[in-house]
Design a protein around this ligand. Structure first.
Ligand SMILES: NC(=O)c1ccc[n+]([C@@H]2O[C@H](COP(=O)([O-])OP(=O)(O)OC[C@H]3O[C@@H](n4cnc5c(N)ncnc54)[C@H](O)[C@@H]3O)[C@@H](O)[C@H]2O)c1
Ligand SMILES: [Zn+2]
Length: 413
């Protein structure tokens, strides 16, 4: 397997000007982990001319503060104004990875010419304290004080890692997310959770650290491999299932326009997803109650990811299976009609292929779930569908019931 061995590239560490970062970073040497994750030829950032439509602003409350998610086609080109409005900077560090920076760094630099890039290695396995420590070093070498702003430019891995570094560097500097995957735009950049993995467990080290601003630009998405786009779309299906029949119906009706990157369609989907997540997290910032419904599909999903050492599935793909398992339980209990269950299956199948699960043991998945943090005092808190657009949390789903549902969804004994 290809080794990602990029050092953190920091213009200051290298004693060179910001513009030399592209030259210093061996971005052309990037090799995808699998064929499906390669960047399709010719899919570069499209013209980032400002759109004629007004930006959508969605407020998210985080404790005493409120921050906006701003969504607009071509928003990257207006970044300077947006940062000025929110009093970010004047010194701004853009922290990204070589792949994303190669694709979209030029657009960021065009919008904010003084931005100082720091590159961290790409990939979930670099979502670690070691990378965070390298970010601290780069910031320290650059003489970054508490007044600087940090712009996280990338998918969920960059957002989570950079967010954690921003939360802890000098006890917190201003953080702005510029999410570049659909999953990050609809999910990981929303809600203020930041953190890294520990060798013993995923996402174990973290904090709640709301950004000052999230800037979502669908024009950053056409470079995304189709599989990554799908991964984000499965989380959108989740929002439809838990909270919005209307969103689910829109996805059914306009699925192909999402894959064709029709900006209006993407803006509407991102906005609707963010509204749902914002409403839920605003009511429950620290995940004590209602926020748990966001875990719909994640019980079996996390088990699948863990059983395959986080290598086989993109996160959204595992969640897609998790939703199918939850729907089997809903159907067996009569909370979800057969027709609704079939619509969910139909939509997920229509979106494209999922990695196989027929070789994975449901029994072993149950063992993983027993150790899950969703098990409280020995009882599993399970998000059960009650229809498309409605869920409830129950704590009486037994191991055998879950195992049966997993097998019906395609897993082995
Ligand atoms: N904080 C939260 O609330 C939260 C919620 C959900 C997921 N997450 C975390 O998010 C991570 C997954 O995020 P992800 O799915 O965005 O994966 P990712 O960040 O690994 O991005 C996927 C791949 O796409 C590349 N990429 C990013 N933007 C691109 C673009 N515009 N064009 C081409 N390639 C691009 C990345 O470099 C990477 O190789 C996980 O670590 C997960 O734990 C966090
Ligand atoms: Zn998820």
């Amino acid at each position: 397997m290809h080794q990602y061995c990029y050092p953190i590239i920091d213009a200051h560490l290298l004693g060179s000007a910001v513009t030399t970062v592209d030259r210093q970073a061996p971005v052309d040497a990037y090799e995808p982990m699998t064929g499906d994750r390669s960047v399709p030829a010719g899919r570069q950032t499209r013209s980032s001319a400002p759109s004629q439509r007004a930006a959508i602003r969605i407020p998210v409350s985080a404790g005493a503060r409120t921050y906006p998610i701003v969504i607009e086609e071509g928003l990257t080109s207006r970044l300077a104004d947006l940062l000025a409005t929110h009093e970010i900077g004047p010194r701004l560090f853009a922290i990204s990875n070589p792949l994303v920076w190669r694709l979209h760094g030029t657009a960021v630099k065009a919008a904010v010419p003084d931005v100082e890039p720091i590159l961290i290695p790409d990939g979930e396995r670099h979502k670690t304290l070691r990378t965070v420590s390298r970010i601290y070093e780069a910031l320290l070498h650059a003489g970054a004080d508490r007044s600087v702003g940090v712009l996280a430019v990338g998918g969920g891995v960059v957002g989570d890692t950079v967010g954690f570094a921003a939360a802890t560097y000098l006890r917190g500097v201003n953080l702005v997310h510029l999410p570049t995957t659909l999953l990050a735009q609809v999910d990981s950049a929303v809600g203020g959770k930041v953190g890294v993995n520990h060798p013993l467990a995923k996402n174990l080290i973290g904090a709640f650290y709301p950004p000052v601003l999230v800037a979502s630009d669908p024009l950053l998405l056409p470079t995304l491999p189709r599989r990554e786009l799908r991964s984000g779309l499965y989380e959108v299906v989740k929002y439809g299932m838990i909270a919005s029949h209307k969103l689910f119906v829109r996805l059914e009706a306009h699925l192909s326009e999402h894959f064709a990157h029709v900006p209006d369609v993407l803006v509407a989907t991102i906005a609707q997803s963010c509204r749902i997540k914002a409403r839920i997290v605003s009511a429950d910032e620290r995940e004590s109650g209602p926020r748990r419904i966001l875990n719909f599909g994640h019980t079996a999903g996390h088990a699948l990811e863990s059983l395959t050492s986080y290598r086989r599935f993109r996160h959204g793909e595992a969640v897609a299976y998790g939703m199918l398992v939850a729907a089997e339980i809903g159907k067996a209990r009569g909370t979800l009609s057969e027709a609704e269950q079939e619509r969910l299956v139909g939509l997920i199948r229509q979106m494209g292929p999922l990695p196989p699960i027929a070789d994975l043991s449901a029994k072993r998945a149950i063992e993983v779930i027993r150790r899950d943090k969703k098990v409280v005092r020995g009882r599993l808190h399970f998000v059960l569908p009650e229809g498309i657009g409605s869920t409830t949390i129950v704590d009486d789903v037994g191991a055998r019931e879950l195992e049966r549902a997993m097998r019906r969804a395609g897993m082995a004994r």
